[in-house]
Design a protein around this ligand. Structure first.
Ligand SMILES: [Zn+2]
Ligand SMILES: [Zn+2]
Length: 351
């Protein structure tokens, strides 16, 4: 089959790779029909992590079950599913608590980075490919209702649950002001998710005009990075936002999110950081009585709720799609997404 193989910084190629096979009874094989390129893929694309090349990229996929192992109970051949970016068993201490990102059995395994993020599984395929082997398939795949098309469903594999997780961690109350730093695809998913909790206003912060336009279309008050702190103060009677969400994954945005929260407010971090540490303003956070929440989203646990919200029409992430390209154009798709060419927002691949 064909897959999008990481060869090194700024070098991904669509190549023939081994066809996936069932290896353990709880595996399923999924024929991919749509896959997303994610902001976190760009960390690898930039060479931010030293990593052995030669793996298939992609942790956001939708497809059709082609084969199931003898230990798979809930899935059938021919079923349309979204494949969570996160492999989780659904049965361990953490999964039962709704924390599949800490799954003890998979070791928090994530598709699309070869061995480096495969946790206890040793190796995982990627979803920017024609097919993928899905371990712990009963909880890693989620069957899709007909009302959710493939384009929409890709968002369930990672970034919509991630935005939702950011909103949940923000503990948003009706009437709150929520400020979201970063209007990339994840930040905009956070905008949509925050609105589910009844804030009086969502303020979206970015420095790129087309991203701010899209945030505005999704119902946010959009503001440029330069003037964000002052605007947030002006719109909250000088207090700061009740909740801030960091959706970039860099020090500047995180510092801004901390500084923009009101006394007693909550800072919720969903951006993926390539750096290992951060100069945390702990004295300031102490005096301001801030709550700080951070983590990898509990994707699998959020998919059922978000799927219902999409099915009933409450959520529709499709306005975020800027490009749908053939899988064979993956190198070009990475280039476009990386350079933010052509108003790139969410870029999808079609095998
Ligand atoms: Zn992702
Ligand atoms: Zn588990």
């Amino acid at each position: 089959m064909k897959g999008t193989v990481f060869h090194g910084p700024h070098d991904v190629r669509v190549e023939r790779v081994d066809d996936p096979e069932i290896k353990t009874p709880t595996d399923a094989l999924v024929r991919i029909t749509r896959a997303g390129i994610c902001g976190s893929d760009l960390h690898y694309y930039h060479g931010a992590f030293p990593i052995e090349p030669g793996f298939v990229l992609g942790h956001e996929g939708v497809g059709v079950i082609e084969e199931v192992g003898s230990g798979v109970d809930r899935l059938k051949k021919g079923q349309r599913v979204v494949v969570s970016g996160l492999v989780a068993c659904g049965r361990c201490f953490f999964c039962r608590r709704g924390q599949p990102s800490q799954c003890f059995e998979s070791g928090s395994a994530v598709f699309g980075y070869g061995a480096s993020a495969a946790g206890k599984l040793g190796w995982l395929g990627g979803e920017q490919s024609e097919a993928v082997r899905v371990p712990m398939a009963d909880y890693t795949c989620y069957p899709l209702p007909d009302a959710i098309d493939d384009d929409c469903a890709v968002f369930l594999a990672d970034i919509l649950p991630t935005g939702y997780f950011g909103a949940i961690n923000g503990n948003i109350h009706p009437g709150d002001t929520v400020a979201i730093f970063g209007c990339g695809p994840v930040g905009l998913c956070a905008v949509m998710s925050a609105k589910l909790f009844g804030p009086s206003e969502v303020i979206a912060v970015d420095s790129i005009p087309y991203r701010l336009d899209l945030a505005r279309k999704l119902g946010a008050f959009a503001v440029d990075t330069e003037t964000a702190q002052q605007t947030i103060l002006d719109r909250t009677e000088g207090r700061g936002a009740d909740v801030t969400i960091e959706a970039v994954g860099n020090d500047t945005a995180l510092t801004s999110a901390i500084m923009a929260a009101r006394g007693g407010g909550t800072v919720s971090v969903i951006g993926v950081f390539a750096t290992q540490s951060f100069n945390f303003p702990i004295g300031y956070a102490f005096m301001r009585d801030l709550t700080f929440k951070i983590g990898l989203a509990n994707i699998n646990a959020h998919i059922p709720d978000l799927s219902r919200l999409i099915e009933k029409g409450t959520l529709d992430p499709r306005p975020l799609i800027s490009h749908i390209m053939p899988l064979t154009d993956a190198p070009k798709a990475y280039e476009i997404f990386n350079a933010k060419k052509d108003n790139a927002m969410k870029v999808l691949l079609k095998p």
